[in-house]
Every structure is written in structure tokens, then in C-alpha cells.
Design a protein around this ligand. Structure first.
Ligand code: GDP
Ligand code: MG
Length: 187
């Protein structure tokens, strides 16, 4: 899908702030690059220290500016602060399907989100990334991911930032859930 270009920065109906959360190395920055720039690199890109990237999408006739925030390595020490969570409308909880501990830590991340984010409603989805890797490397079966998502009442996607599998689908899905609870903004 070609990225939409809006004539001016303010020419949208909604601005939706999303966060990528999860252990270091699961592919958060790769998912962001894939989603915003249709790009993938095999080198670690955490050091780039990107704050966020915007991508304009259209949902049910509305122009949505998705502002997706990435961590610049703070997740390594789980020192993500309240400031980072501020204003977040949705969170993509990401693990690596070849790394069981990244999956087990999702529960800790959810706890951390609950501690740091204010009373605002925050939509969440669960994302199991790197499904392109050899099946022999898989440490977390699809059914376990789905079961965890069901436990929290959230949606679940298995993705690959590398082969571009389900990346748009995951971002569009959470954007749609958020849009549904927003008051319709006037132009
Ligand atoms: P982050 O620390 O969560 O931001 O993870 P990165 O995006 O920096 O990715 C960590 C490593 O995993 C890099 O070497 C990426 O190239 C690799 N990676 C990320 N996503 C995928 C994927 O979908 N498939 C494969 N095979 N490798 C991936
Ligand atoms: Mg990163």
C-alpha cells in the first residue's frame, strides 16, 4: 500500500499516538521502519535513537495520522518512564516467536504499563514477530500467543518485519479500535 501524503501536517481528522513496547531485540524498530518507510535492515537500529515516525493512513473515509513512538534502548533495563507513556492511545506489545523469555516478559510489560500510564484508556495488541524464521527456531507456538491475548482480551497478530507479513494489518487493527472510541472530529 503506497503511503498517503496529506497536503499539510494538520490535514487529518485524528492524530493517534502509538507505542512499541517489548524486550530489546524483538524487532520493534524494524516493525516501525517497515510500517513507516517500507524498509528492513538486518543491523541493529536501536542506536539511531528515533523518537517517533508518522504515517498517514485512511480508515473508513477518515484521515488518520499515526504517530508511532519507538524506544531508544531504554527497554533493555526496563526503565521506560511515565513521560514515554503520556498521551499514548495504543500500545503494541511485541515479542519474538523465537525467544521464549521475550514472550514471558509480556506480562511484566503489561504490569509496567499499568503502573506508568494514567487513567486514560489505552488499547493494546499483542504481536509475535519474526515468524519468517525457520520453524525449528520457533519457541512460542501460535496457540500460546493467542491464549495470552485472549487472557487480556486483546487482539493478536504474528508478524514479520523482514518479509512484511501482517505488519500493516497489526497497525491498522489497533488504529481502527482506537478510532472507534474517539469522538468524530470536525475538519
Ligand atoms: P528492537 O530492539 O526491538 O528495536 O529490535 P530491532 O528492530 O533492532 O531488531 C533486532 C534484530 O532482529 C535485528 O537484527 C533485526 O534485523 C532482526 N529482526 C527484526 N525483525 C525481524 C523479523 O521479522 N524477522 C527476522 N528474521 N529478523 C528480524
Ligand atoms: Mg529498537
Amino acid at each position: 500500500m503506497a503511503p498517503l501524503r496529506f497536503a499539510s501536517e494538520k490535514n487529518y481528522d485524528h492524530l493517534i499516538k502509538l507505542l512499541l513496547i517489548g524486550d530489546s531485540g524483538v524487532g520493534k524498530s524494524s516493525l516501525l521502519l517497515r510500517f513507516s518507510d517500507s524498509y528492513f535492515t538486518t543491523s541493529y537500529i536501536t542506536t539511531l535513537g528515533i523518537d517517533y515516525k508518522n504515517r498517514a493512513i485512511e480508515l473508513d473515509g477518515k484521515k488518520i495520522m499515526l504517530q508511532v513512538w519507538d524506544t531508544a534502548g531504554q527497554e533493555r533495563f526496563r526503565t521506560i518512564t511515565t513521560a514515554y507513556y503520556r498521551g499514548a492511545m495504543g500500545i503494541l506489545l511485541v515479542y519474538d516467536v523465537t525467544d521464549e523469555s521475550s514472550f514471558n516478559n509480556i506480562t511484566n510489560w503489561i504490569r509496567s504499563i499499568e503502573q506508568h500510564s494514567s487513567d486514560n484508556i489505552v488499547n493494546k495488541i499483542l504481536v509475535g514477530n519474526k515468524v519468517d524464521m525457520d520453524e525449528s527456531k520457533r519457541a512460542v507456538p501460535f496457540s500460546k500467543g493467542q491464549a495470552l491475548a485472549n487472557k487480556y482480551g486483546i487482539k493478536f497478530f504474528e508478524t514479520s518485519a523482514k518479509t512484511n507479513l501482517n505488519v500493516d494489518e497489526a497497525f491498522f487493527s489497533i488504529a481502527r479500535d482506537i478510532k472507534q472510541r474517539l469522538p468524530d472530529s470536525k475538519k
